[in-house]
Ligand binder design. Structure first.
Ligand code: DX5
Ligand code: ZN
Length: 224
């Protein structure tokens, strides 16, 4: 199983966004994670398609775009046009989620389903035949810099076991929120293989070392 580390641009210095995106690529990020917030689904606003477009022009690594939006169905095309390689929408969104996932594929991007900390794993099981990845939120979405919620760990294992038992052992399981080398190890032991981290990477002067620390911890702990 491939372990990947995705720096989250939300924790970057917004006064030097292009340089920060390049730093994530040059210091070993496998893909860049961009958090899009609509002030309805979460009580915050962050960035829009123009930031995705800027990153596409500057970087070679894939762009993972996390839509924390009530109506991702109305906006996802703008993000694909801007250069998103994969789009993550929430199971809690107020739209036809399976249809939107199929439409994301039709427009040439990878599709992922995201599940909030309080939403049970069973809600996303019907989507596993559609998506390339599942994002298990390990904080309540909306802000960077929050503490990892340990109670999510059994749900990650539940999703990995379900995928293994249902012919999808290659499913990518991503975690996002409060990820550092310690929490990454716990998530990897539960079956996660893609790790989004903002504060723990952008907050470090030596980002390469921080990326490697998370990667090593995850690789050593991963259980399929
Ligand atoms: C939270 C976002 C995360 C956030 C993670 O709503 O989805 O991607 O940037 O930030 P850290 O790693 O600081 O918890
Ligand atoms: Zn995110």
């Amino acid at each position: 199983m491939q372990i990947q580390i995705l720096p989250s641009l939300l924790a970057a210095d917004f006064g030097a966004l292009r340089a920060e995106a390049l730093r994530a690529e040059n210091e070993g990020g496998d893909a860049l994670h961009l958090d899009i917030m609509d002030a309805h689904f979460v009580p915050n606003l962050s960035m829009g398609p123009d930031v995705v477009k800027m990153c596409k022009a500057a970087l070679h690594i894939p762009l993972s775009v996390h839509l924390m939006m009530t109506r991702p169905d109305q906006y996802f095309i703008k993000f694909i046009e801007a250069g998103a390689d994969s789009l993550l929408i929430h199971i809690e969104a107020d739209c036809d989620v399976p249809k939107t996932l199929h439409r994301i594929h039709d427009h040439g991007a990878k599709a992922g389903i995201t599940v909030n900390p309080d939403t049970p794993a069973q809600m996303i099981f019907p989507m596993l035949g559609i998506v390339e990845e599942v994002l298990c939120m390990t904080v309540h979405p909306g802000y960077g810099g929050q503490s990892f919620i340990h109670e999510v760990l059994p749900k990650i294992r539940e999703i990995r076991d379900y995928a293994n038992a249902n012919g999808a052992p290659e499913l990518d399981i991503m975690v996002d929120g409060g990820i550092n080398s310690e929490s990454a190890a716990e998530c990897a032991r539960a079956g996660a293989n893609l790790f989004v981290a903002g504060t723990a990477l952008f907050g470090e002067a030596d980002m390469k070392r921080a990326v490697n620390r998370v990667r090593t911890a995850a690789c050593e702990a991963f259980v399929s």
